[in-house]
Design a protein around this ligand. Structure first.
Ligand code: 3PG
Length: 307
């Protein structure tokens, strides 16, 4: 019998697991769960005899992939697949997929939520400011960026976007101002929302040279990945620009230092939770389960990322 493992150190909502179970069991597959695990060894043990795995930000390293004796497919229920060793998957003839777009509204809502929280002084009772009329720059206009634009326009923000991979017309048809260079985006906007993936081109690319172009006051919102930030440069921004704020869903490694010196300019969720809603869990989890069924039963490789 085909065996599917859900390996999530940050579990899906129970209602999403129920939905995944329904899809897999209707296909005649067995579903097994590894939730809240604390060591990679647990993942390595659990993957031993399964055909398919659903993960979130869980690390599918070479060691994990190689431990899957029968493994055929690994689906990241979410957008970013920087947590999968694609080379190891390809070498073992394992198909790797993601579920693009399925959790993007949840992430976008958190980005705007953090902006409001900051603009109102973290709800400390002192007079804050409003988002209406403020310039927001969206760095990468994929599914999350597009949702951020839609919600920000509802707030009355003046929305700009830079994305070298998306045609100008596609951005403009959403009523968003197209910007041709990353530098111009940062020069123009008081708020920047990051939606770039973490890869060899983007890692540490958000540096002092770019951030220091932002007008006063400046606020950077990161619901993407910690790795895209140059952390020493982030600290330098805080030190040199008293107006600079950083709101993040992904913890910087120098968090303690930033928190100690710049409390009212920094917020970080205690655990990455942009995609942590029942709706996003259901959408991404069930999409992952369906992709597995379609691949196992029909060889459908739509959404494969290790081609
Ligand atoms: C994604 O890439 O889909 C998001 O970062 C969400 O990640 P998560 O599933 O670990 O919450």
């Amino acid at each position: 019998m085909t065996k599917v493992l859900i390996a999530t150190d940050k579990p899906f909502a129970p209602v999403a697991v129920k939905g995944i179970r329904k899809v897999t069991e209707e296909a005649g597959f067995e579903l097994v769960l590894l939730e809240n695990y604390t060591s990679q060894d647990d993942f390595i043990k659990a993957i031993d005899d399964v055909d398919a795995v659903i993960i979130r930000s869980d690390k599918a390293t070479k060691e994990v992939i190689d431990a899957g004796r029968k493994l055929k497919i690994i689906v990241r229920a979410g957008a970013g697949y920087d947590n999968i060793d694609l080379q190891a998957a390809t070498a073992k003839n394992v198909v790797a997929m993601n579920t693009p777009g399925q959790n993007s509204n949840a992430v976008a809502e958190l980005a705007l939520g953090m902006m409001v929280y900051y603009a109102r002084n973290f709800y400390n009772g002192k007079s804050g400011s409003e988002l209406m009329g403020k310039k927001l720059g969206i760095h990468a206009y994929g599914f999350v960026g597009k949702n951020v634009a839609r919600i920000a326009k509802g707030f009355g923000m003046d929305v700009y976007a830079f994305d070298p991979f998306i045609p100008k017309q596609e951005i403009e048809k959403d009523g968003v101002k197209w910007i041709s260079t990353v530098e111009e985006l940062y020069q123009t906007c008081h708020f920047i929302s990051l939606h770039i993936p973490a890869n060899s081109q983007t890692k540490q690319s958000i540096n002092f040279a770019l951030l220091s172009k932002m007008p006063v006051p400046a606020c950077l919102v990161n619901t993407a990945r910690a790795e895209v930030i140059n952390e020493p440069d982030l600290l330098r921004m805080f030190q040199e620009r008293k107006d600079f704020a950083y709101l993040s869903d992904v913890e910087p490694t120098n968090k303690a230092e930033i928190e100690a010196g710049f409390k009212m300019k920094f917020f970080c969720t205690p655990k990455k939770m942009g995609a942590q809603t029942e709706e996003a869990n259901i959408n991404a989890g069930i999409a992952a389960a369906k992709q597995i069924v379609n691949f196992i039963n029909h060889g459908d490789k739509t959404f494969q990322v290790n081609k």
